[in-house]
Design a protein around this ligand. Structure first.
Ligand code: FE2
Length: 375
């Protein structure tokens, strides 16, 4: 599709940094080959593309998986003393890159840098027999980077340099549709700095904020602000720890991750009961809130379309705002360190993030922390 004025019409005229959506999320992992199998077998992702020794790379291997609009890239180093290996040693399995799909990567990069972003990779045209992509990167919090991907002149499976990957093993998807939001954890006192950075660099607007009175339990607290791009397709809540009696889940993340980074990737489904049933049956483990959460649920959220019993059985949470309600559930961390996890979310009108569930949820995390000895 070529760029035309009409295709840009959905963007508000006041959005000075138009994004078409999230392009891909790259994780640095210890064993990309085995992680790819996890995301296929347990989470229903489909094999899409591969790059490694057989495609001419010398230092890394990457598997690309897709489920509807969600693309994950799983990368591991092939050699000692690489930058990827250094970052993996420091952070464990971690989100390295949140790539954003843009109409013009050069304009995006130059605009971002002019507004104060630190460049990582200048706009680079990469091509193969399927066409040309332009890629550019800037630094965000910690070792996280944003890539701008321009792919209007590209028809290949993923990006130039990647070959189609079509193994015999292709388990069914579980109904994950798109990335709803991605949450980061930053150090105490840094939340406002990064809120301002997204506002300055990419013209994000603050949707909502939560302080430690909204998000606290008897023991731990955190603060959070939600930033959104102009068309609402990219939303980044940013958390920082707040003082509490015990070590919060954010402190625990920052300790084990050795610095700020992506805490969770929230993925949307149109049918959370069938999606979570499939994920559970394939071995994904979720945080559980106490049974009594469900005793008063309908008093709190009013009528909902779903039967209570499968929600109770699966541990799915419900919250309501002025516009509707949402259903959500959180996985346990998906690597040895208590860092990155996934949220599964189904929105039925609600545009918020489940504030009514924060307390029950953070108490559930505290119980996990207590088992880990990190509370
Ligand atoms: Fe979330």
């Amino acid at each position: 599709m070529s760029a035309t004025a009409t295709e840009k019409a959905p963007f508000s005229t006041t959005d000075s940094f138009p994004l078409l959506g999230t392009d891909y999320v790259e994780l640095y992992v210890g064993n990309s080959r085995q992680s790819a199998l996890f995301y296929q077998a347990c989470m229903g992702f489909q094999p899409l593309a591969y790059a490694g020794l057989s495609t001419g790379l010398k230092d890394r291997e990457s598997y690309v998986l897709v489920q509807d609009k969600i693309r994950l890239v799983l990368t591991s180093p092939l050699r000692a003393n690489t930058e990827i290996g250094r970052l993996h040693d420091l952070h464990g399995d971690t989100v390295r890159c949140v790539a954003l799909w843009v109409e013009d990567a050069t304009v995006a990069f130059e605009t971002a840098v002019a507004r104060g972003a630190t460049p990582v990779m200048s706009p680079t045209a990469v091509k193969d027999e399927h066409g040309t992509c332009v890629r550019a990167q800037i630094q965000s919090f910690g070792d996280t980077v944003h890539e701008f991907v321009e792919r209007k002149n590209y028809r290949g499976p993923f990006l130039p340099g990647y070959t189609a990957w079509a193994p015999a093993y292709q388990p069914e998807p579980v109904g994950l549709k798109y990335i709803d939001h991605m949450v980061s954890n930053v150090a105490e006192g840094d939340m406002n700095k990064w809120v301002q950075w997204y506002a300055d660099v990419m013209d994000f607007k603050q949707l909502i904020s939560f302080d430690d009175k909204d998000i606290s339990t008897k023991y731990t607290a955190l603060m959070s602000k939600v930033m959104s791009n102009g068309n609402g397709r990219v939303k980044f809540p940013i958390n920082e720890p707040a003082p509490g009696l015990k070590k919060s889940q954010i402190d625990e993340y920052l300790e084990f991750h050795h610095g700020p980074g992506i805490q969770h990737i929230a993925v949307a489904t149109d049918d959370i009961i069938s999606t979570v049933t499939a994920l559970r049956d394939r071995g994904i483990e979720f945080l559980r809130v106490p049974e009594n959460y469900y005793d008063t649920l309908l008093d709190r959220v009013g009528d909902i379309d779903e039967d209570l019993s499968p929600l109770r059985e699966l541990g799915i949470l419900v919250d309501r705002d002025d516009e509707g309600y949402l259903l959500q559930i959180f996985t346990k961390p998906v690597q040895p360190r208590p860092t990155v996890f996934f949220e599964i979310i189904q929105r039925k009108g609600a545009t918020s993030f489940g504030k009514g569930n924060f307390k029950a949820l953070f108490e559930a995390i505290e119980r996990e922390q207590a088992v880990r000895g990190t509370l």
